[in-house]
Design a protein around this ligand. Structure first.
Ligand code: NCD
Length: 305
């Protein structure tokens, strides 16, 4: 049966755990340098209407490492979009060439719309401020792999919880695993939308909103840091008011647990100090690297069942 990946909400906890187990198996095979041919003969189309480094390249690497291939929609000026071709026609072309489409777009709902047009599965690689399901899968897998469990942890999420689709998707994803407590740390103007808070409450998760990480750092098992999403601000003055308003550095971590795990979906700007990279807390490059095996497992599940 065809399966789209539009939101982390479309996946149950059990399905996510099955994906993590598959990812572990694939990682082991990759470490043994086994040639994987699970997706030989399959073609994936990447259609990125917004900038990307990790998501696009790790999806393409995932396909190549599974024996499959990919095609990539060229940037606007080099494709027929420059001639005025509409979004729906572009998607129709991609579905006639490829077995799966990965799409990123600045508009919320773009991936869902593409899924209505295309017969082949559509994977959301980020739509505006809304969803980034595969990033959340990578985040949760990295916790699973590092700590051996995802359930029952005390989680801190710091940053732009209003415009950040990675933060939003992570909060929705982790809420399925009954965190002991969720600390939502942000400037008041960048707090989490009510619709997400309602879902957290429905899941029975205890959460607290605050502006100062230092107050709660000693309690936290996993700290998820995100950048301020400058490009999403409708008013540049609104951005000027909050820019540089938080920064995670060694000073803030003085009372932290020794096994604290720091994650960041990347790219970082100035919110996560470079001096943390060498500490045992830093798991964000491991997290980025996990993008490939998690997406391999996902593509295999979607295309092969
Ligand atoms: C995130 C995104 O695009 O939403 N990046 C990513 O996919 N790793 C986070 C961000 O841009 O801040």
């Amino acid at each position: 049966m065809r399966r789209d990946v539009l939101s982390i909400m479309d996946f149950s906890k059990e399905e996510l755990i099955a994906l993590f187990e598959e990812t572990k198996r694939i990682k082991k095979e990759l470490e043994e340098r086994t040639t994987l041919n699970y997706l030989r003969g399959y073609v994936m189309a990447t259609a990125f209407f917004e900038p990307s480094t990790r998501t696009k390249l790790s999806f393409q690497t995932a396909m190549l490492r599974m024996g499959g291939e990919f095609i990539d929609l060229p940037p606007e000026e080099a494709s027929s979009r420059a001639k005025g071709e509409n979004f729906a026609d572009t998607i129709k072309m991609l579905e006639s060439y490829a077995d799966v489409i990965v799409i990123r777009h600045k508009l919320e709902g773009a991936a869902r719309f593409a899924a209505e047009i295309a017969e082949v599965p559509v994977i959301n690689g980020g739509d505006g401020t809304r969803d980034h399901p595969t990033q959340a899968m990578i985040d949760l897998f990295t916790i699973f792999e590092t700590l051996g469990r995802v359930e029952g942890l005390t989680i801190g999420v710091i940053g732009d919880l209003k415009y950040g689709r990675a933060a939003r998707s992570f909060v929705l994803g982790i809420s399925k695993f009954k965190p002991k407590k969720l600390y939502l740390v942000s400037p008041p103007q960048l707090s989490l939308h009510d619709d997400v808070k309602e879902i957290i409450i429905e899941n029975g998760v205890r959460f607290e909103e605050l502006t100062d990480l230092k107050q709660v750092i000693a309690d936290i098992d996993v700290l998820y840091v995100t950048r301020i999403q400058r490009e999403r601000f409708p008013d540049p003055l609104e951005y000027e008011r909050v820019k540089g308003s938080y920064r995670v550095g060694l000073d803030i971590l003085s009372g932290a647990k020794s096994e604290l795990v720091i994650l960041h979906p990347l790219p970082r700007v100035d919110e996560l100090d470079l001096s943390l990279d060498k500490t045992p807390y830093a798991k964000y490059f491991v997290q980025a690297k996990n993008g490939v095996p998690v997406r391999m497992a996902l593509l295999k599940t979607i295309l092969k069942g």
